[in-house]
Design a protein around this ligand. Sequence first.
Ligand SMILES: Nc1ncnc2c1ncn2[C@@H]1O[C@H](COP(=O)(O)OP(=O)(O)OP(=O)(O)O)[C@@H](O)[C@H]1O
Length: 235
Amino acid sequence: MSMMSVKGFDAFYGRSQALRNFSIELKSGEVLCLLGRNGAGKTTALKTIMGTVRPAAGTLMLDGKDLTGVPAKDIPRAGIGYVPQGRRLFTELTVWENLEIGLWTRNTNVSALDHALELFPVLKERMTQRSGTLSGGEQTMLAMARAMCINPSVIMLDEPTEGLMPSAIAGIRDAVIRLRDEGVAVLLVEQRVDAVLSIANRVAFMDHGEIKAEFDIEEVRANPELLHHYVGVGR
Ligand SMILES: Nc1ncnc2c1ncn2[C@@H]1O[C@H](COP(=O)(O)OP(=O)(O)OP(=O)(O)O)[C@@H](O)[C@H]1O
């Protein structure tokens, strides 16, 4: 049973504070949705966990291992997969080459790749295609498959369905649910209320770099005005 724990992250861009005492706990087999208005600090929270933004204070633990201050390049090796906003694929490289980079990252073997392709069979037929020419949904699937190639205990997804058609969104949602059911801990930044309600186990509301409140999804379903209250969205 895997567990990631972030405690008391502060982060700054110059003199402006982007994270304030940011703390979350995430267990294997659950999806925690991070919700907040534009600029609340959601992406910064993920980048700070990945080590590309250095926290001024706070600790990061994964399965009892202290990852605080570990260089960004070693975070995926420790088992944290990341699908950044906009996917960040190597668009000039083929599907296979992008996946290979995932495998090299943690020296995982082909079983990790087989598993990723089982989740996203559409990629199997496109291994030699340049990834920049994939559809938006396929690109997101490739970014998720690449993250799966490290056999992650935790996977963090930053608005994976942004800009996708409804049919592609459903595919991504199913994939996230499968990852969760396989015991991966999922941290999801997602704006779509219907997606949040259908896949999250818990919701953490963020504002001005801080977690303001956290609820089990049942509480949010029973009190949808919470969404309006914290992020200004209705149903
Ligand atoms: N590289 C940077 N340099 C300076 N300020 C930054 C930088 N990146 C983000 N910020 C600022 O930090 C704050 C938090 O940004 P962040 O991208 O984490 O928010 P977000 O909640 O992910 O927003 P969105 O929903 O719009 O993606 C914003 O005020 C943003 O302008």
